[in-house]
Design a protein around this ligand. Structure first.
Ligand code: GLA
Length: 450
């Protein structure tokens, strides 16, 4: 895909109309720091050189016309209003509706006119590579440009990442802010260690001797559709954990202690070290499984009030909430993010790879967000010379991310193709050629006008 192609497709679809602009938003791959961004804890993703493109022009009326290059996404029209009605769950236009609604509310752009938008992409959808957030960001940039306020400096990008992270909740997914930040702040040649509240980042140059390879498990995971309730369970469990840890901290340090996110245990007034934080978590959660009634009794809260506060908790009949496993994942994964940052900065690829494996094991065994296929892909990667491999993004299907010695990339791809896609659990998954199933990605700059 390129500017000329997107422009000419726009002209065909909108009857000869010329776009006023074109923008591109990259996907992202998360190297490490999974299922912790919604707790306000640091993550380490990188924007990748696969994109969602948008060609656009303002309209004189107040409707937004959307069309896609992909026949799976039917053309849609919706009107601007104070409260834009969502399309049925799973409809692709909800991501565009989310972007426009968020900007109208945050920037008071309601007077803006509508727009014609044409979308094209080389980023596989429902694969854990953030194609939906790339669509949100591309639509937002188009809308801003049509309103005469194109995205400009870095402060603008950070603000936009925060606005769109909150705005994307419109689709019903209770995600954190990793994807929007990676897509808007990405840097060529570097991964980003992203911290939240306030949003800030450090660029982590990727060592020359390694390549990042993405392998698709062949199982789609649509976080805005079928996988939404699986995904939303995580933020709900972590919400409950935050309440329990806060309650325990109040008993230890005094009633005035409060934290809005688990991240504030490290960054807020308590400002604990890693070992102090671990001690606090272990003191708050003293056994593996809890019933909601027990949690309610500990907190002096009503069970039904907790259910209302955290509607996405799994339905339980007894001691079934695996809260200790989820809480350990939170503080241990944060530590792995920091150690991976250090390992990458001093070219310790074996060390970074080991941390990726530990992260995958925790996602698979403690959080149960992996699948048989993702576990098999990680094993296949490790048997073929990867430094490390793990599921990337939400899980429940989608892709693995693999850190591979640069000089082994071609043999690695051939071996994984024959062992996983031709002969293993990935066979018959509809991939006709390795390049659609396994591809090297490079760190890319954040979303831009072209
Ligand atoms: C999805 C969400 C992110 C993050 C990951 C899991 O990609 O959009 O906010 O929670 O899952 O780490």
């Amino acid at each position: 895909m390129n500017v000329q192609l997107v422009t000419s497709r726009f002209e065909e679809i909108y009857a000869g109309g010329v776009p006023s602009g074109v923008c591109q938003a990259p996907g992202r791959v998360n190297l490490i720091g999974e299922h912790i961004d919604y707790s306000g804890l640091a993550v380490l993703p990188m924007a990748i050189d696969r994109y969602v493109w948008a060609a656009f022009r303002p309209r004189t009326d107040n409707s937004i016309h959307l069309a896609s290059d992909d026949a799976a996404y039917a053309p849609t029209v919706f009107d601007l209003s104070d409260a834009i009605q969502p399309a049925p769950p799973g409809d692709w236009s909800n991501y565009a509706r989310a972007a426009v609604q968020a900007l109208n509310h945050a920037l008071d752009l309601n007077a803006a006119h509508g727009m014609d938008v044409f979308i094209a992409s080389d980023l596989p959808a429902a694969s854990g590579l953030s194609s939906s957030t790339a669509l949100v960001v591309a639509t937002a940039m188009a809308y801003l440009s049509c309103a005469g306020r194109p995205l400009e400096d870095e402060a603008d990008r950070k603000r936009m990442a925060e606005i769109l992270a909150e705005g994307e909740q419109y689709v019903g997914t209770k995600s954190g802010g990793m994807d929007q930040a990676a897509i808007l702040l990405g840097q060529a040649n570097a991964a980003l260690k992203i911290d939240f509240d306030p949003l800030r980042y450090e660029t982590i140059s990727m060592p020359d001797e390694c390549a990042v390879v993405v392998c698709h498990s062949g199982v789609n995971a649509n976080k805005g559709g079928d996988a939404q309730s699986d995904y939303n369970r995580g933020p709900a469990m972590c919400g409950l954990i935050r309440e329990l840890v806060e309650h325990h901290a109040q008993q230890e340090f005094g009633d005035e202690i409060e934290f809005a996110t688990l991240g504030e245990i490290w960054s807020g007034p308590l400002c604990l070290t890693h070992s102090e934080a671990a001690e606090l978590f272990e003191g708050a959660l003293t056994k593996d499984h809890y019933s909601l009634a027990e949690v309610a009794a500990t907190l002096g809260a009503d069970e039904s009030a907790l259910r209302e506060r955290w509607p996405n908790l799994p339905a339980t009949t007894g001691d079934e909430l695996p809260l200790r496993a989820w809480s350990r994942h939170q503080y241990q994964e944060l530590r792995r993010v920091e150690k991976t940052r250090d390992a990458l900065l001093c070219n310790d690829l074996a060390g970074a790879g080991q941390l990726m494996l530990e992260s995958h094991a925790s996602c698979s065994e403690a959080l149960c967000v992996s699948t048989r296929e993702l576990d098999a892909l990680v094993k296949t990667a490790m048997a073929n010379g990867a430094y490390g491999a793990r599921l990337t993004g939400a899980g429940f299907g989608g892709c693995t991310v693999n850190l591979v010695p640069k000089n082994l990339v071609a043999t690695f791809i051939d071996a994984v193709w024959s062992q996983y896609y031709e002969a293993g659990p990935g066979s018959n998954r509809g991939f006709s050629a390795p390049e659609h199933a396994i591809f090297e990605v490079a760190p890319a700059n954040g979303a831009a006008y072209r």
